[in-house]
Design a protein around this ligand. Structure first.
Ligand SMILES: Nc1ncnc2c1ncn2[C@@H]1O[C@H](COP(=O)(O)OP(=O)(O)O)[C@@H](O)[C@H]1O
Ligand SMILES: C=C(OP(=O)(O)O)C(=O)O
Length: 511
C-alpha cells in the first residue's frame, strides 16, 4: 500500500476511545451485550435484542456523499439523497468525538467471496450486538487494509442535528463513496449495516463489469445455479432454502466472468410466523449464539414467532455454517435460471411467466412489486411499488447500467428467466389471497427442473406475458389470472391500468 493511502486510512481509526476490542468470539460478544443490558439470552442460547423505534430501514434518512464520478453515474432519485461534503465532514468529526472514552467493538473482515472482487470491511460498533451481527453477515477473513476497504461506524446513540447537519431527522445513514466510509447514527436496526455495505458494493462493482444483485442463490446436484431476485419479503430467503438444493446465499450476490458469488457470510431471515413445520431449515438455523431482533419471548424465554407486537419485521441473524443445507462454498458457476419475484398486491399478475432476455431487461428496469409490511419504516400493509432491479434503495447507479449488464450476461450464458408472483391472486390485497407457499414451491420446482418448458405457452392479453397453459400439480384456473377473478371486468380494468404503469416505468428508465 502506498504511504498516502495508509495516511488516509489512519485518519479513520477512532482516537481517544477507552478501548477497541477487535474480532471477539461469539460468546465474548454475547457476554458483553448481556452485561451492558443490550439484550437477553433465549432458552436456546440466542441473544435477543430490541432495537427501539427503529425496527426497519429508514429510507428518508439515507444519504450519499458523492465523488467526482458518482455525480454523473448516480441516479439522484428520491432514494439517494445527496449530502454535501462540508456537512459530512462536520458529522464525521462529531461522530468521532462521540466515540471518545467509549469501549468500542471492532469487526474486521471482508465482503464478497470472490477474492478478485473482495472489499475489506472494518466496522466500529458502539454496541456488542452490532459487532455480532457484522461477524455473522460479513465474511470472517481478515486481510490487509487496502484501497478496497470500507470503514463503518455504527453509533445508534449518536444523534445528528437535522437543522445544522441538513438531515431529515436525528438519524442518518451516510455513505461516503469517495472515502469508502459509512456512518450510521440514530438507528439500532441491523439491516442498515448490511444494506449500507451492499449499496457501496453496488456502486463499485459495475465498473469492473460485475453485476451486483439483490437476490438469493442456490445450487443443485448437477451444479445448476438458480437465482431469486426480489424486494424484501417477496421470498428470496424462503424459496432459496430448498431441502433438495444447497444454499449459496439468501440476499446479496455478484455475477462476474467467473460465475456468481455471495457478498455475505450469513443470513438475516425474517421470522414472523416462522415454524418448524413450514420452514424447518430456517427454524433449525437459529441456534446457540444466533442473534434475534425484536422477537417476543415467552416467560421461559422461548421465542414466540407469532407475536408481531413490536414489529412484523422480526429477524434472526446467523452464519452460513449454521444452515444445514449450506453449500460448502459461497460461490458457484453461472446461473442456469433466474426468477424475478414480484409480490403483486393488485392480484392481476399471473403466478408465473417466461421472459425473453429483452423482457427480462424491461421487467428488471420497472421492478414492479410491493413493499411488504415491516422492513421499511411506516409500511404496515402491502404497497404496490416500482423498485428497479428489485432493490432500488440499494442501487445507486442509473438503473439502465445494471439492466444492460444483466441482459448481456443472460444472453452470453443462455439463461432461462421467469417472473414469479408470490403476491396476491384472485383479487387485490384485501379481496384475493396471497398465493400459498406450497403452490409457489411447486412452480419453482418446475422452473428449476425445466419441466415448465414442456408446457404449451400462451400470450396473456393484458401484459403480453408468455404464460404456461398447464403445469402438473398447479390448479389450471390460477395460471391465467383472469380465470380466478369473479368480476372479469374489474380484472380487465385493473390489469390494463397496471400494464400502462409498467410501460411508462420502462420508458422512463430507458430514456
Ligand atoms: N407464496 C409465497 N412465497 C414466498 N413467501 C411467502 C409466500 N406466501 C407467504 N410468504 C411469506 O413471505 C415471507 C417472505 O420472506 P423472505 O423469504 O424472508 O423474503 P426476502 O428474503 O425476499 O426478504 C415469509 O415470511 C414467507 O413465509
Ligand atoms: C434487510 C432488508 O431486506 P431483505 O428482507 O431483503 O433482507 C432490508 O431491505 O432492509
Amino acid at each position: 500500500m502506498r504511504g498516502d493511502e495508509l495516511k488516509t486510512m489512519s485518519n479513520f481509526i477512532p482516537k481517544n476511545v477507552r478501548s477497541i476490542k477487535k474480532n471477539l468470539s461469539v460468546p465474548e460478544l454475547i457476554e458483553i451485550a448481556i452485561k451492558n443490558g443490550e439484550g437477553v439470552l433465549t432458552s436456546k442460547g440466542s441473544l435477543c435484542v430490541r432495537t427501539g423505534k427503529f425496527t426497519g430501514r429508514s429510507p428518508n434518512d439515507r444519504f450519499i456523499v458523492y465523488d467526482d464520478i458518482s455525480k454523473d453515474t448516480v441516479d439522484w432519485g428520491k432514494i439517494n439523497l445527496p449530502l454535501p461534503e462540508e456537512n459530512y465532514k462536520i458529522i464525521k468529526s462529531k461522530a468521532l468525538a462521540y466515540m471518545q472514552n467509549k469501549d468500542i467493538l471492532e469487526f474486521s473482515g471482508c465482503v464478497g467471496s470472490d477474492p478478485d472482487y473482495q472489499f475489506n470491511v472494518r466496522v466500529f460498533c458502539e454496541y456488542a450486538f452490532s459487532a455480532l451481527f457484522s461477524k455473522f453477515l460479513f465474511i470472517n477473513s481478515e486481510n490487509k487494509i487496502t484501497k478496497n476497504s470500507f470503514t463503518m461506524f455504527v453509533l445508534p446513540g449518536f444523534s445528528v442535528d437535522p437543522e445544522t447537519d441538513k438531515t431529515n431527522s436525528d438519524a442518518a445513514i451516510i455513505l461516503n463513496l469517495k472515502e469508502k466510509t459509512i456512518i450510521i447514527s440514530g438507528s439500532m436496526y441491523c439491516g442498515e449495516i448490511k444494506k449500507a455495505i451492499f449499496t457501496c458494493m453496488n456502486y463499485f462493482l459495475p465498473e469492473k463489469e460485475v453485476l451486483p444483485m439483490h437476490c438469493s442463490a442456490n445450487i443443485g446436484k448437477n451444479n445448476d445455479v438458480a437465482l431469486f431476485f426480489g424486494l424484501s419479503g417477496t421470498g428470496k430467503t424462503t424459496l432459496s432454502n430448498d431441502p433438495e438444493r444447497r444454499l449459496i446465499g439468501d440476499d446479496e450476490h455478484g455475477w462476474s466472468e467467473n460465475g456468481i458469488f455471495n457478498f455475505e457470510g450469513g443470513c438475516y431471515a425474517k421470522c414472523i410466523n416462522l415454524s418448524r413445520e413450514n420452514e424447518p431449515i430456517i427454524y433449525n438455523s437459529i441456534k446457540f449464539g444466533s442473534l434475534l431482533e425484536n422477537v417476543i419471548l415467552t416467560k421461559d424465554r422461548t421465542p414466540d414467532y407469532t407475536d408481531s407486537s413490536i414489529t412484523e419485521n422480526t429477524r434472526a441473524a446467523y452464519p452460513m455454517k449454521a444452515v444445514s443445507i449450506a453449500h460448502d462454498k459461497l460461490y458457484g458457476p453461472h446461473p442456469k435460471c433466474i426468477v424475478f419475484l414480484t409480490a403483486d398486491a393488485f392480484g392481476v399478475m399471473p403466478p408465473v411467466a417466461k421472459l425473453s432476455p429483452q423482457d427480462a431487461r424491461d421487467y428488471f428496469l420497472c421492478g414492479y412489486t410491493s413493499k411488504l409490511a415491516g422492513t421499511e419504516r411506516g409500511i404496515i400493509e402491502p404497497q404496490a411499488t416500482f423498485s428497479y432491479c428489485f432493490g432500488a434503495p440499494f442501487m445507486p447507479r442509473k438503473p439502465i447500467e445494471y439492466a444492460s449488464l444483466l441482459e448481456r450476461k443472460i444472453k452470453e450464458q443462455n439463461v432461462r428467466i421467469y417472473l414469479l408472483n408470490t403476491g396476491w391472486i384472485g383479487g387485490s390485497f384485501g379481496i384475493g389471497k396471497r398465493i400459498d407457499i406450497k403452490t409457489t414451491r411447486r412452480i419453482v420446482k418446475h422452473i428449476i427442473e425445466g419441466t415448465i418448458e414442456n408446457s404449451k405457452f400462451i400470450k396473456d392479453k393484458y401484459f403480453g406475458l408468455t404464460i404456461p397453459e398447464y403445469l402438473e400439480g398447479i390448479p389450471a384456473e390460477i395460471l391465467n389470472p383472469i380465470n380466478s377473478w369473479e368480476n372479469k371486468d374489474e380484472y380487465a380494468k385493473k390489469a390494463l391500468e397496471l400494464a400502462k404503469k409498467i410501460e411508462s416505468q420502462i420508458k422512463k428508465h430507458k430514456e
